[in-house]
Design a protein around this ligand. Structure first.
Ligand SMILES: C[S@@+](CC[C@H](N)C(=O)[O-])C[C@H]1O[C@@H](n2cnc3c(N)ncnc32)[C@H](O)[C@@H]1O
Length: 276
């Protein structure tokens, strides 16, 4: 079965090739930022910034890596706060949008832009005080396990890491009504790839995610769920809303996000950790 969104054959357990990932994100670069003008996009930002802020160093001269940083949705606000950021991504199209935005905001000198694969980072061990991979780059990478090795490797001892990935159990819940065979393989961990919130990619349960990072020298201090994709599509995609309803939904999401008994049900999982 073809996934309507990313046109990939769902039961196939193979990540894309680098050139296909580049092509997809080059194409999406033109419209990528419009998502952040929607109700769902604003909620997604709010949740992620809560975890990023927990991890931010006090020292503004600290080195920050925004891995798979795309159009700079994270790097730009960090630069505006006064941090120096290295933004890397596979997609020249996404990076071009980031470059233009930084120039427009006169923040170009705060952000170094590099075209690189997060599974093969061109930085020495322990180089960064904070490593970020926000909105799915690990799940979308062609070599997700290597990406975790690399992101952990370039984090300094005592440095922080904050990433998010697509969730296994959300993929199971989405699939079991339309393709129970695929859902069964996903829940048995016989299949590790599914269509997630950001496209076709590697899915993780909270336990798998924690184990993968702990194996690479990261002490996991929190795993939180993102439940934005449980909202009806018309609500997520709305470009106008009442502040009161935004505030109410934000509080619900925030509480769900930090409720350990439902973490694994989130559409994405946000991990916060520290290198030991
Ligand atoms: C959903 S976007 C997120 C972009 C940005 N982090 C944000 O928060 O808006 C996913 C990004 O991951 C990038 N990506 C996917 N695989 C990658 C890889 N192996 N190395 C570097 N970037 C990758 C894509 O090009 C895309 O820009």
């Amino acid at each position: 079965m073809l996934c309507a969104r990313c046109k990939r054959y769902m039961p196939e357990d193979t990540p894309g090739e680098i050139k296909d990932v580049q092509k997809e994100w080059d194409e999406r670069s033109v419209s990528y930022d419009t998502y952040f003008n929607t109700f769902g996009g604003k909620l997604d930002e709010y949740l992620r910034w809560k975890s990023i802020k927990e991890s931010l160093p006090e020292d503004k001269t600290a080195r920050i890596l925004d891995a798979g940083g795309g159009t700079g949705m994270v790097a730009l606000p960090l630069a505006a706060m006064g941090y120096a950021v290295t933004l890397c991504d596979l997609s020249p199209g996404q990076l071009k949008v980031a470059e233009e935005k930084l120039r427009k905001h006169q923040l170009s000198e705060k952000v170094g832009i590099i075209e690189a694969d997060i599974a093969e980072l061109p930085f020495p061990d322990g180089f960064f005080d904070l490593v970020l991979a926000i909105r799915g780059p690990i799940s979308l990478a062609t070599a997700p396990s290597k990406a975790v090795v690399e992101l952990s490797r370039v984090t300094k001892r005592g440095g922080k890491i904050c990433v998010d990935v697509s969730s296994r159990y959300w993929a199971v819940i989405r699939e079991y009504g339309r393709d129970p065979g695929t859902a069964l393989k996903l829940i048995r961990s016989e299949l590790d790839h599914a269509c997630g919130a950001h496209g076709f990619g590697r899915v993780f349960s909270p336990g798998e995610l924690e184990e993968t990072f702990e194996k690479n020298g990261i002490k996991v201090t929190g795993i939180y769920g993102d439940f934005v994709y449980y909202l009806p599509e018309e609500m997520r995609k709305a470009t106008k809303w009442e502040e009161r309803s935004f505030n109410q939904v934000t509080e619900i999401l925030e509480r769900l996000s930090r409720e350990p008994s439902v973490t694994g049900m989130g559409n994405d999982l946000i991990l916060v950790g520290e290198k030991y």
